[in-house]
Design a protein around this ligand. Sequence first.
Ligand SMILES: [Zn+2]
Length: 341
Amino acid sequence: MYEGDKLKKIFIYFFSFLFICFILPALLTKLEIPTSSEEVGAGGENKEKSANTEYTYNKYGTIKLLHTKTNEVEEVALDTYLCNVVSAEMPADFEKEALKAQAIVARTYTIYKINNKKHDNADICDDSTCCQAWISKEDRLAKWEENKEEKWNKIEECVNETKGKIITYDNQPINAFFHSNSGGKTELPVDVWGGGSNMPYLQVVETAGEDGYTQYNSEVELTNEEILEKLKGKYSDIQIDFNNAEDIKIVEYTSSGRVKTIKFGNHEISGTEARSVFGLKSTNFEVVKEDGKIKFTVKGYGHGVGMSQTGADSMAKSGSSAEDIIKHFYVGVEIKDVNEL
Ligand SMILES: [Zn+2]
């Protein structure tokens, strides 16, 4: 029996050793888990949840925005800035998928500008004719007549639901041009700004439903004298015989059907020049000669390159998602998370 007692003792020592060194710590650790998470309390779960959905930009988290009126440079969070941009660029009563598309387009445009700087001390400015439109939340709310908070919340949702998303081509952020209304067909950049295009994603694409928006149709009527006056500013030797049908005529159209070249007497000018000289909403116009007057009947609003905002809204109304809209207006692109570039 002595030998048996000895074995029993060895077994007890061995088991105690196992218990103290391995089993007890394991039990304690297990017990500690619920204790510590109870200590965090009910908020702990929310914190964990929001930590999972919260998006952190590796780069581009904040941007330097130049306020052109005051010449001040403000450092702002990218997505806060985008709420101000989207609310300045697109009506808040547009469809949510159109606003989400606009948020992705504006984010892409901003990141493109950060990498291709126009300004010395800033990434981007608040002037729509230079970079991208921007409006302060205060001014925005003051301009809306009703449902102010609802509208702002809708914009914020659209920016937050697309956090980090940008448009890429060949794994690079694209130069995401956009405009108000394409008049049914978008334009090639080469026909607006000339030069060669290294932007194969900007093609002529057709969109239905843009004629339902006020930006689609417009007219500008000028007297023969006004036409001469406006042209004289640029061409001092301008001479037009208004009785000669051949003296004012469209010479060439672009592949999208916009005016490429138009003849005024002894000068031929580009459609984009005519647009700026006569204050037309787009280069998609026809010329109607009336007694002592010239009438321009215009389709669409803006340069026509890239995404049409009213086209985006029209597509969204027909059930398209933000991604469908983007892939329609920018050919062969992908939507990626900017942190994964
Ligand atoms: Zn600028």
